[in-house]
Design a binder for this molecule. Structure first.
Ligand SMILES: [Zn+2]
Length: 378
């Protein structure tokens, strides 16, 4: 009876578990004493003294005088007698030490910590009466087990012990931070601002590999621990039109007067009509209020040549609006106005043939078609 892959005692569970879990030799030694006691109590001398007839060849058996026999502990591997020791714990320690020395000599030098797990062979320790010459010092056992296993006579038993050992190693991984984009019109399109700087995190994965008969298993992930959480980066992305003068910004201006067009932007009578003329749908727009097309600052308020009573509002970014032919002006230079605020009463001062609001949009001092910014029907 044995447990495949584990070193086996008569009370094999205790020993197998011990081999598996053994961390400190002192603890192992203590458990062995308990194991020994249990063997003595439960196994009984007489019942377990069969090995001398069962596992030793008849030739060797006959060569050993009965008087030279002694009670002890025989080591059997795969059912074959190797040698005997007078102390069970010394024998077991020697077998364990062989396993450990094998690991020390054969484990790869890759930084992992390897430890002895056990043997794939059936290893048993049996209490019994053994030939005197089969008794060896525990310290001599290792040489019988190393390489091809041989018995106390030096006879090669034709196999090698298969040692199982495992090792654990850790891999540190970078957890790359991700980036969250927050869109805002507080920034112009094309501009961005890092609000929270990203920080990479770190995780440690621990893998275990097992060697059986020199063959390495696939690494098995034992644990994965995050030792540093990553911090996501937050970036504000501008959505505000980067150029308020573009067609894309059509509609950013309010109508300065809710009417229809009597004249559009472009050449008229051989010269550029630099704005649009707005009149009432029905009837006269005389003295109707005209309104600021957007927030801004009044940069001019007064008589301006053919424009008559004229107001110019500066909206920033090189954008200006101009309102002409007022009967009277309602704002003054330097005044800040809000979109929709009255700037003057519609009239026909300056060069005008009838009541209308002449409205211009200027970008960097150059007039552009106001219909890029406001919607009117003709
Ligand atoms: Zn006009």
């Amino acid at each position: 009876m044995s447990l495949t892959g584990e070193l086996v005692l008569q009370n094999n569970n205790v020993f197998a578990n011990l081999i598996k879990n053994r961390k400190v030799e002192l603890i192992a030694a203590a458990v062995f004493v308990l194991a020994l006691a249990s063997v003595l109590i439960f196994a009984g001398y007489g019942a377990s003294s069969e090995p001398i007839t069962e596992d030793v060849s008849s030739a060797e058996q006959s060569a050993v005088p009965e008087s030279a026999s002694a009670d002890g502990y025989g080591l059997f591997i795969n059912g074959q007698f190797i040698a005997a020791c007078s102390e069970e714990s010394a024998l077991a320690d020697a077998v364990f030490a062989y396993g450990e020395s094998y690991v020390a000599a054969n484990a790869p030098d890759d930084g992992a910590e390897y430890s002895f797990l056990g043997f794939s062979d059936e290893v048993e320790v049996k209490n019994g009466v053994y030939p005197g010459e089969s008794f060896v010092k525990a310290s001599e056992l290792g040489s019988l087990l190393a390489g091809g296993v041989s018995d106390y006579c030096g006879k090669d038993l034709g196999f090698e012990l298969t040692v199982r050992f495992s090792g654990e190693y850790s891999v540190t991984n970078v957890i790359e931070y991700s980036t969250e984009n927050v869109y805002t019109d507080a920034l112009k399109a094309g501009q961005s601002k890092t609000v929270v700087a990203g920080v990479d995190g770190e995780s440690v994965d621990t893998y275990r590999v097992t060697f059986v008969d020199g063959v390495k298993s696939e690494p098995e992930l034992v644990s994965s621990d995050i030792i540093l959480e990553s911090v996501d980066e937050v970036v504000e992305i501008g959505t505000s039109s980067s150029d308020t003068r573009s067609v894309a910004s059509l509609g950013i201006l309010q109508k300065p007067y809710d009417g229809i067009l009597s004249s559009t932007y472009g050449l008229r009578w051989g010269r550029l009509h630099a704005g649009i003329d707005i009149v009432k749908y029905h009837g006269s727009c005389k003295d109707d209020p005209a309104y600021a097309a957007a927030d801004g600052t009044v940069s001019f308020a007064g008589v301006y040549g053919g424009y008559g009573n004229c107001v110019i509002i500066d909206h920033g970014d090189g954008l200006q609006t101009l309102y002409a032919h007022f009967t009277s002006i309602s704002v003054s230079e330097g005044q800040e106005v809000k979109a929709g605020e009255e700037v003057g009463k519609i009239g026909m001062t300056g060069r005008a043939t009838g009541y209308h609001l002449h409205f211009e949009v200027r970008v960097d001092g150059e007039t552009v078609d106001p219909l890029l910014f406001v919607e009117y029907t003709e």
